[in-house]
Structure formats: C-alpha cells, structure tokens
Design a protein around this ligand. Structure first.
Ligand SMILES: [Zn+2]
Length: 73
C-alpha cells in the first residue's frame, strides 16, 4: 500500500510540474512528395498513415528530421 501511495504521489508531482502544454512533443520528421516538393509536418498528420500529396494525390513518404541542421541539400 505504501509503495502505491509513493508512486501515485510521484506521478502527480511530475505531471503537474511538467504540464506546460507542449505534450505534443517535437516533430520527428515530415512527409514529403518529392515530385511536387510538398511537405507536411508529422505533427500536422493524424495517425501513422502517410497522407496523400495535396497536389498529385500520391502517398507521401516520411523522412526523419536529421535535426536542426537547417540546410538539407
Ligand atoms: Zn505530389
């Protein structure tokens, strides 16, 4: 019983202290259509299914963000 109480308190403490509204997390990458150079951020896409390109309708491909290197040439 004491152990469960401790865990509950720990969870409540950590969740309340880190509740800053950024629970969506960071973007892990983006979906691309290379033909059209259309891009959609993974955070803007619901679920894990790749979205269709708004320009040509082909399934977009997911690419991980390499980080914040800026240039992807
Ligand atoms: Zn396209």
């Amino acid at each position: 019983m004491g152990l469960i109480d401790t865990i509950t308190e720990t969870l409540q403490a950590s969740s309340s202290s880190t509740n800053r509204g950024d629970e969506r997390g960071e973007s892990k990458g983006a979906y691309w259509c290379h033909d059209c150079e259309e891009r959609r951020l993974d955070l803007d896409v619901e679920g894990d299914e790749p979205p269709a390109c708004p320009a040509c309708g082909e399934a977009m491909t997911f690419e991980r963000s390499p980080g914040s290197t800026g240039c992807a040439c």
